[in-house]
Design a protein. Structure first.
Ligand code: HEC
Length: 144
């Protein structure tokens, strides 16, 4: 009996080790999301945005769920729900991928979603100002 318990504990433990290793992810990261129209891509209103408000949206108030559930506490795309998704949520800490993603591109995708991925549109639940707040939070915290 004891042996079975030990084996199950080991099995559960190794599962976590393996999933943690996968959660590390690749960088540059495969990216399914398409480029926003050029005019949207060039927009940037992060100047007047509020990163502290953006943090609250990212961690708590975004609907249907907080961004961190997929993109992770640390912005690395390793959120609990993200692990089951294909493609994986964007890893904002991966400079090789993020160097091609402007503030306007982020705004466009957060507002309109990204077809064929788990990234849903937030344009109905978040006002434009709030989207710029969260873009500013992500860029000032993780994007180098
Ligand atoms: C259900 C999981 C999930 C949630 C919740 C979620 N995302 Fe995403 N997000 C994704 C996936 C999946 C992608 C697409 C990755 C790809 O392009 O391959 C993505 C892509 C993105 C991108 C990258 C756009 C690009 O051009 O590559 C940004 C920016 C982003 N999300 C921001 C957010 C913000 C901000 C929130 C909260 C308001 C949020 N996401 C909530 C899963 C999620």
């Amino acid at each position: 009996m004891k042996k079975v318990v030990v084996i199950s504990i080991l099995a559960v433990f190794s599962f976590f080790v393996v999933s943690a290793a996968y959660a590390g992810g690749k960088c540059p990261q495969p990216r399914k999301t398409k480029a926003a129209p050029a005019s949207a891509e060039k927009m940037d209103k992060t100047d007047k945005a509020d990163a502290a408000k953006g943090k609250a949206i990212y961690e708590k108030t975004a609907k249907p769920m907080a961004c961190k559930m997929c993109h992770g506490d640390k912005g690395d795309g390793a959120g609990k729900l993200g692990a089951a998704l294909k493609p994986k949520p964007r890893d904002f800490t991966c400079a090789d991928t993020m160097k091609d993603i402007s503030a306007g591109q982020m705004f466009h995708v957060i507002k309109n979603g990204s077809k064929g991925t788990g990234m849903v549109a937030h344009g109905k639940s978040l006002k434009d100002d709030q989207i710029w707040d969260v873009v500013k939070y992500i860029r000032s915290t993780w994007v180098k």
